[in-house]
Design a binder for this molecule. Structure first.
Ligand SMILES: [Zn+2]
Length: 262
């Protein structure tokens, strides 16, 4: 499914790609805009979605550029209708590194919130009415979008950013696998609760589906971590046995007694 993507361009050496279903999202929002306000509505809705996803790319670049500092290869950032996904060749086992890489994404959103605030104060603070399809309304929407994106990603649901931050904090005290197990358990409890809130309280079905999806992804990542840990353990034990065997080879051997014919 993730193969159905279109490569756009490279940014800081990272391929930016967009999933084919993203075009469907643009078409849906464009149509909604056109129904509400004709051509102006269509243009505004499509433009807003594009700007919103520019913020998503900046969020993913926050993760990616921090990861690159620690020698992690980032081949691609993929944009999906539910958000972005930076693909790493590995996740650092050092909790402090995972903590910084993960926190860098929401930090970009909060930085954008701070930068956009002076530009969108009219609508937000003074509660002034701004024209529907205006630059001021766009800035207001982007301010809200970044605030929601930053807070939403910090929910402690593994493997979302908040869940990874929780795992990294736990891994400062616990073994990595145990920390992952706890983070996945917290996620199993909270993800269905957040899904219910999204479906029945907020009426955000897309977000509800996202939480249910996260529930399975979190479990899959715990199982993958478990498998990697077992493989590491297996190779460590083999390496130990090899070292022991070669040490025994180095030990002085008793003289070989050759029994000759008596
Ligand atoms: Zn993130």
């Amino acid at each position: 499914m993730l193969g159905w993507s279109i490569n756009l361009f490279r940014v800081f050496g990272i391929q930016l790609a967009v999933h084919a279903s993203f075009l469907l999202l643009l078409a849906c929002y464009g149509y909604e805009g056109w129904k509400e306000g004709g051509l102006a509505g269509l243009g505004w809705n499509v433009g807003l979605i594009v700007l919103f996803f520019v913020c998503v790319v900046l969020h993913e670049l926050g993760h990616s550029l921090t990861a690159k500092r620690y020698g992690v290869r980032v081949p691609r950032i993929l944009l999906l209708p539910i958000g972005g996904m930076a693909q790493f060749d590995r996740i650092p086992r050092k909790p402090s590194q995972e903590l910084l890489i993960t926190a860098a994404g929401p930090a970009v959103n909060f930085l954008l919130v701070a930068l956009l605030l002076p530009l969108s104060w009219r609508g937000l603070i003074n509660n002034e009415d701004v024209p529907r399809y205006s630059w001021a309304a766009t800035l207001d929407q982007l301010w809200y979008a970044n605030l929601v994106m930053g807070v939403f990603n910090l929910l402690p649901v593994f493997p979302m950013d908040g869940g990874r931050i929780l795992r990294a904090l736990l891994a400062l005290q616990l073994p990595y696998l145990r920390a992952t197990w706890w983070a996945a358990l917290v996620s199993k409890v909270l993800a269905p609760v957040f899904a219910c809130i999204a479906f029945f309280v907020l009426d955000w079905p897309m977000v509800g589906v996202l939480f249910l999806f996260i529930l399975f992804v979190g479990d899959a990542e715990y199982k993958q971590t478990l498998r990697l840990e077992q493989e590491d353990q297996h190779w460590r034990e083999r390496a130990c046995r090899t070292v022991e065997a070669s040490t025994r080879d180095d030990e002085p051997r008793p003289p070989l007694i050759i029994q000759g014919p008596n």
